[in-house]
Design a protein around this ligand. Structure first.
Ligand code: Q46
Ligand code: ZN
Ligand code: ZN
Length: 327
């Protein structure tokens, strides 16, 4: 028998077994918005005085996050990085189109776009093919470029907070991987908020306690169009394998993922799990080219990786501001 919304008894769009809560198309989005506000406050992510830049990929999580933060009245804009990933499906083109469509429906916000191939002459797969870091898969190069450009653009445009749409399934897969390998440094840094400092913007994950099916349901109920396909290079990633394992666990024990994540946060916050852990202090200085903090001498890893033709005295690209055409 279909479930009924706990608040109004209309048919539920989602049943969250871990919360013993079923909600309808009106009360579920409301719940997501309220819960997000609660997480933002609980982990002291940001306030209405902060300027927040959401990294949007065109997927459900980042667009849903942008939507929720707008509803909550935060000063929030979007940043889309065009990676030039085709995969025969025009993955990057479709992702960008989704972000533009969302921005066009929300004139109160701004979408900044930086197209990496247009800015630096090479797509991510091309950069990866040319450099040692990219042997095998382009993900390492991609991660480096995204981290560098998001932080630089946030800084250049005066945003002090960078938000990403990582959900509970993402966080738990990483936590599981780090625990299997006892990556103490990574574990100590895995938290819903990473403070700013040394030229790095504050990084926040306001959706870290929502299951993927919750963010997907939110996007669908709110009528947000998003890219369903993952990046073609995500296939075969270790975290996807861990996600599948954890889904099996969740099917047998509803709430297991949330419990694993929240117990980790509790052990950290209340039981001082990493109280004695000290991050190795590395000397940082501004990169000679882009001014971003780096431990490497002279140029940072990103600037060193740029194609010969634009390196080393490259004037780093300013993102375009997307201007929607209202018809
Ligand atoms: S890192 Fe790798 Fe992702 Fe970049 S190349 Fe695609 S799968 S998008 S999160
Ligand atoms: Zn209801
Ligand atoms: Zn640099």
């Amino acid at each position: 028998m279909p479930r009924k919304c706990r608040k109004c008894a209309r048919p539920a769009v989602i049943n969250m077994r871990q919360h013993k809560l079923a909600l309808c198309a009106e009360h579920f989005p409301e719940w997501v918005v309220n819960q997000t506000e609660r997480f933002i406050k609980k982990y002291r992510m940001f306030t209405r005085e902060d300027r927040v830049l959401v990294a949007v990929s065109g997927g459900k999580d980042s667009l849903a996050l942008w939507d929720v933060l707008l509803q909550l009245g935060y000063q929030v804009d979007g940043l889309y990085l065009g990676l030039g990933i085709d995969g025969g499906l025009g993955y990057s083109d479709e992702s960008r189109a989704m972000c533009e469509a969302f921005a066009a429906q929300h004139p109160e916000t701004t979408l900044h776009i930086l197209d990496i191939p247009a800015a630096y002459g090479e797509s991510i797969p091309q950069m990866a093919a040319r450099t040692r870091r990219g042997r095998g898969k382009p993900c390492s190069v991609c991660g480096l470029v995204k981290r560098h450009e998001m932080n630089r653009i946030a800084h250049d445009l005066g945003y002090n907070v960078l938000a990403t749409g990582h959900n509970l399934d993402d966080e738990v897969a990483v936590l599981f991987q780090n625990t299997l390998n006892w990556q103490v440094g990574y574990l100590a840094r895995q938290y819903p908020v990473l403070p700013e400092g040394d030229g790095f913007a504050r990084k926040v994950k306001p959706f870290c306690r929502f299951y993927e099916r919750e963010t997907a349901t939110y996007a669908i109920v709110r009528g947000i169009d998003y890219v369903y396909d993952e990046c073609p290079f995500a296939e075969g990633a270790t975290t996807i394998y861990y996600k599948e394992l954890l889904n099996k666990l969740e099917a047998d024990k509803p709430g297991a993922k949330l419990h694993f994540y929240l117990s980790f946060l509790r052990a950290r916050d209340k039981e001082g799990l990493f109280a004695n852990w000290q991050e190795e202090k590395v000397e940082l200085h501004p990169c000679e080219n882009c001014g971003q903090p780096t431990s490497a001498p002279g140029l940072c890893t990103f600037c060193r990786m740029l194609p010969e033709a634009v390196r080393p005295k490259v004037k780093l690209a300013h993102p375009l501001t997307f201007t929607p055409v209202h018809t």
